[in-house]
Write a protein that binds this ligand. Structure first.
Ligand SMILES: [Zn+2]
Length: 238
């Protein structure tokens, strides 16, 4: 299937901004990785943008251009970050037409599986960028003005991306090939999942059992990480 991946905002439109953090940068990073996973899974990913650009000189033109790209695809995933005046936290997936409720729920359920984030539920919302009646959802990947949400996003970046695609595939009835999982590599310690692997890696580094090169790139495969964590749980590194 041809799947449109839409990193929200870009160019003159930064999206939500909090200090030095801009929504458009996070959505692009997420979108590029999500598109790569879709491609690795054997489907065609069509990005609305792959650089820091807008698709039109006004918001309406920009949305129309995204909609046009998506209309040539079987489904669309828009990626955004939330912001709020008051303190808010969590993930939510928006959909416009009732036929997309289960797709939105599938995407949200998968991302909530990989991180202890707050479930803000799926919500109906008018989404100008989505083609009328087409399969389309918009994922809000946390609040940019909530440091805890941004930290969660950074710590679970790869898992979030994998889960977005897995949820999309589930909702669309496409097969998810688990092999992709085994090809995941963690370049830096920050990439290692904090909920199950990072403590082990930190312990190995602290005990000089794992050398960290000057560039900080440990480059460990998920398979290797699993082995190290099992060894750790068996007490081999105590
Ligand atoms: Zn946005």
């Amino acid at each position: 299937m041809k799947i449109c991946i839409d990193p929200g905002h870009g160019g003159w439109d930064p999206g939500a901004v909090s200090g030095v953090r801009r929504e458009k940068d996070y959505t692009l990073r997420l979108g590029l990785r999500v598109a790569q996973i879709v491609t690795d899974q054997g489907h065609e990913a069509v990005l609305t943008r792959s650089a820091d650009v807008s698709l039109g000189s006004t918001e309406a033109l920009d949305l129309a251009a995204r909609c046009k790209i998506a209309s040539g695809c079987g489904a669309m995933l828009s990626i955004h970050l939330n912001s709020a005046v008051a303190v808010a936290t969590g993930l939510e997936v928006l959909f416009e037409t009732e036929n997309n409720r289960s797709l939105a729920q599938a995407v949200l359920s998968e991302i909530l599986k990989v991180a202890p984030a707050i479930d803000r539920k799926v919500k109906v919302q008018k989404l100008g960028a989505l083609p009328n009646g087409g399969r389309a959802v918009l994922a809000e990947m946390g609040f940019i003005n909530n440091p805890a949400d941004v930290k969660m996003l950074e710590a679970h970046f790869e898992q979030y991306c994998q889960a977005l695609v897995r949820g999309l595939f589930k909702g669309l009835g496409l097969e998810w090939k688990e092999e992709e999982d085994d090809m995941v590599r963690y370049e830096k310690i920050e990439d290692v999942p904090a909920d199950w692997g990072r403590d082990t890696i930190q312990k190995l580094i602290d005990k000089d059992l794992l050398a960290v090169p000057d560039d900080g790139k440990i480059d460990i495969s998920r398979d290797m990480l699993r082995v190290l964590v099992i060894n750790d749980r068996m007490g081999l590194y105590n």
